[in-house]
Design a protein around this ligand. Structure first.
Ligand code: P61
Length: 470
């Protein structure tokens, strides 16, 4: 065989190819657009990909949230919805699934992740308390701040460097956390807010060793440890792959062991759990649970539906089980990596190592000619859309928002554009198209001029802000 002919991606990487453990039963046609259509659509959307109509998008990599394909089992489950106002059978199925796969005893359903973040923040934070976390997430930090908390980033420094290839860039820097405890006293820390994986750092995992050490430090100081379990399954995959002693352990077991070190968790089930809508909050402490269960009826709905239809809870219960299967997770992350490897071969700057749910392009490295005030990552998202109709998301200075104390922009070190891969939705050929478009935009990078913000909403500005080209 001619050594230089490597046709499949597996061959190119010196291995046999991975593939999806499913086949396609139903398709959703996509509209192909011309560049002139896209120019009109982008101008109409104020150069913000959140404001585009989905009909104007070809490959939608805005988010992996609520965009996954449900299985035939989940769709069958949708027909088994018990839409009783109180005591729906599907709630008990969901409760059981969370107890079995995540191991928490007391469960409160919510309509999605931020509903759960709202409840835990209002219940567990006193005004003026600090809330250390492994990097901010937009909605998480906002709910902590709205409850009077002060977010402090205690993630390891490596997480802020896109080129650093450490295997567990989501780890908490325990020395940073200890300094915070010494400085302010344990009673002024509401809880530690631990996300696994860390979205804004590039989908980077937390090691089991780190959560164990964190548990020990928290217990010693009487501080609670709560987990954002939104992409915990993906985190468990990385532990299995990278941490000594876990190679032969199933992902489900690793995920459950991880939860075992925490006091409770909140969840956006729209990610790992393969549903279009849903979330939950679950804790071990009975008293805290009573408070959460009482508050949910004010903001979400009765404690046996939390803003969801019975059918949504059924689909979630089934999705949780499917999400924990090793073959599923391997192919999900395999697809993200496939795209990452193509881009890496072409020298495209991005966060390394490639994380669980997305490729994060390094917009600073794309556009060294732009300052952060010219919104490089927003510019890159716009250019990708113009080139091919691919929709991505800004994760830089626009997403970071303003400091509530000073009113000035937060200037995060990471200025990234996220290509987020929905689960079980796009094919390898779609990934090829994405890679080719990123390369075309990279080749044209010298011409980029940046954007200015022409409208800025008060909360979570990145969703609705408008821009104009400079
Ligand atoms: C996303 F642009 N993520 O990544 P909810 N925790 C974590 C999340 O990733 C998360 C939530 C809590 C989204 C949707 C989204 O700035 C944005 O179910 C780790 O979306 O309420 C959501 O869960 C909140 C996109 C959220 C954003 C906020 O695309």
């Amino acid at each position: 065989m001619n050594e230089r002919i490597h046709h499949t991606m597996g061959q190119q990487s010196g291995r046999r190819s991975w593939a999806e453990p499913w086949k396609i039963k139903m398709v959703e046609p996509l509209r192909m657009t011309r560049r002139s259509d896209r120019e009109g659509a982008l101008a109409g959307a104020g150069w913000n990909t959140f404001l585009l109509r989905s009909d104007d998008v070809y490959i939608d990599l805005l988010t992996d949230s609520g965009t996954s394909a449900m299985s035939d089992r989940q769709w069958a489950g949708m027909m088994l919805g018990d839409e009783a106002y109180a005591g729906s059978r599907n709630f008990y199925r969901l409760e059981q699934a969370i107890q079995r796969w995540y191991g928490y005893e007391h469960v409160v359903p919510t309509h999605q992740g931020r509903g759960a973040e709202h409840l835990i923040s209002q219940t567990a934070i006193r005004k003026g308390q600090y809330v250390p976390g492994n990097m901010y997430f937009t909605t998480t930090r906002l709910h902590q701040e709205l409850a009077g908390g002060i977010f402090v980033d205690v993630i390891a420094d490596e997480a802020h460097d896109p080129a650093d290839r450490s295997p567990f860039k989501g780890d908490v820097d325990l020395a940073k956390l200890e300094r915070l405890i010494v400085e302010h006293g344990a009673t002024n820390i509401a809880y530690v807010s631990l996300a696994a994986t860390v979205n804004m750092a590039g989908g980077q995992p937390v090691s089991m060793a780190n959560v164990k050490a964190l548990r020990e430090l928290c217990s010693r100081n009487g501080i609670r440890l709560f987990l954002d379990a939104t992409r915990l399954v993906e985190n468990a995959f990385f532990i299995q792959e990278r941490e000594p002693g876990y190679a032969d352990r199933p992902i489900a077991e690793i995920a459950r062991e991880f939860c075992g070190h925490t006091d409770g968790a909140w969840m956006s089930a729209k990610k790992d759990s393969l549903v279009n809508i849903g979330g939950w909050l679950a804790v071990r402490d009975r008293t805290l649970f009573e408070e959460l269960r009482n508050l949910v009826v004010v903001y979400e709905g009765l404690h046996t539906y939390g803003g969801l239809a019975g059918r949504d809870m059924e689909a979630m219960a089934i999705g949780i089980e499917e999400s924990m299967q090793d073959d599923h997770v391997r192919s999900r992350i395999g697809q993200v990596r496939y795209l990452g490897e193509l881009l890496d071969d072409w020298g495209i700057p991005m966060v390394q190592p490639v994380g669980g749910h997305a490729i994060f392009l390094d917009a600073r490295a794309f556009y060294p000619q732009l300052s952060q005030d010219q919104f490089p990552a927003q510019t890159l998202a716009a250019e990708l859309y113009l080139d091919s109709g691919i929709r991505s998301m800004e994760r830089g200075v626009v997403s970071a928002g303003r400091d509530p104390a000073t009113g000035g922009h937060h200037y995060p070190r990471l200025e990234l554009t996220r290509l987020t891969i929905p689960r079980r939705v796009y094919t390898q050929a779609h990934m090829d198209v994405v890679a080719e478009s990123v390369k075309a935009v990279y080749d044209g990078r010298a011409a980029a001029r940046g954007l200015k913000m022409s409208y800025e909403p008060r909360y979570l500005r990145f969703f609705q802000a408008r821009f104009e080209p400079l």
